[in-house]
Design a protein around this ligand. Structure first.
Ligand SMILES: [Zn+2]
Ligand SMILES: [Zn+2]
Length: 311
């Protein structure tokens, strides 16, 4: 059943302020609740909150703004941005949880320390904390006692700050690969892979190599077409094996035709060396994995050994 205005007003009336007009009635309406809603012809435009008696003088209002309704509106509008900030924070937190050590290594290669992913994460966390504090101090209690409308300007100011932040960080609600690409796509080929291979976490190593392959593929495509490619086909297809991607980009590089200027020769040999590095990294990785499985088998065998079990 839909709540009627009467239902809405009954609990509010118990806590409402008395109108300044002297009627002894309680205020229940708002004049000019938000900028642009003000009617110049309103004779009591300066009296923001008014009662039934005053309503006669506010007759020019095309629609009445009821205080409980306005409180609901403020809470709902704030709630939307509150939800967005919380999602943003959760997404970046999950990213840090999954790729923290890789991010730490890659951030070292970012020259502007304010632009590191770790710096962005701290900013977003701070934003979430500020939001929680604001909600606790300025919204929660006031929404219960239906007093948000009295602080609309203050809430609006903070709301705009949060809204701007969600726009600024809009790209950080994307998936891990997109965020990592955005931060490290341009520097990935200059990062030394050895500390990353030592991470021994398959998921992080795979991600690193995938970003690298994407950059190599872009580089070759740019050499071919002269245009900067926009698609992230390699990052989007998580099923494709790095080995196979690396083969494909090598074939593409070898099939480059046309006149080879000095610059082009230089670029081609740079990309070839990058493809070689990935091949080498994959080999090292495979050797390491084989060693691990031998070690594991030995452990299983020794634990199954009855001679050892007796001790
Ligand atoms: Zn008015
Ligand atoms: Zn009044």
């Amino acid at each position: 059943m839909k709540a009627t205005r009467q239902d809405e007003m009954t609990p509010y009336n118990e806590i409402a302020d008395i109108c300044k007009c002297g009627s002894n009635d309680k205020v229940n309406r708002i004049c000019n609740p938000v900028k642009g809603w003000y009617f110049k012809s309103c004779p009591k435009g300066t009296q923001k909150f008014y009662c039934n008696t005053c309503a006669k003088d506010h007759r020019q209002h095309q629609q009445e703004t009821w205080i409980p309704g306005e409180n609901k509106r403020i809470l709902a509008v704030y709630g939307e941005v509150q939800h967005k900030i919380s999602n943003l924070n959760e997404n970046v937190r999950a990213l840090m949880g999954a790729y923290g050590p890789l991010i730490e290594i890659l951030d070292k290669a970012v020259t502007n320390k304010q632009k590191t992913l770790q710096a962005v994460f701290i900013e977003i966390q701070q934003l979430q904390q500020d939001q929680e504090t604001f909600y606790r101090q300025k919204i929660q209690e006031r929404s219960i006692i239906c007093a948000l409308h009295k602080h609309a300007e203050e809430i609006d100011q903070f709301y705009i700050k949060l809204k701007n932040a969600t726009a600024k960080y809009a790209d950080y609600i994307k998936n891990a690969a997109s965020i990592l690409w955005m931060h490290y796509g341009n520097i990935i080929l200059s990062v030394d892979s050895s500390p990353i291979l030592k991470l021994q976490d398959e998921k992080q190593i795979q991600m690193f190599l995938r970003i690298k392959e994407q950059k190599i593929a872009h580089f070759i495509e740019e050499m071919t077409t002269g245009e900067r490619p926009k698609t992230l086909d390699i990052l989007e297809d998580e099923q494709r094996l790095i080995q196979e991607i690396n083969q494909t980009v090598l074939v593409k590089l070898n099939s480059l035709s046309g006149a080879f200027t000095t610059k082009r020769t230089h670029e081609a040999s740079f990309i070839r060396s990058q493809i070689d590095i990935v091949s080498r990294d994959l080999m090292l990785r495979e050797m390491w994995q084989e060693m691990q499985s031998i070690k594991q088998n030995q452990n299983i065998r020794s634990s199954q050994d009855p001679q050892q079990q007796m001790h």
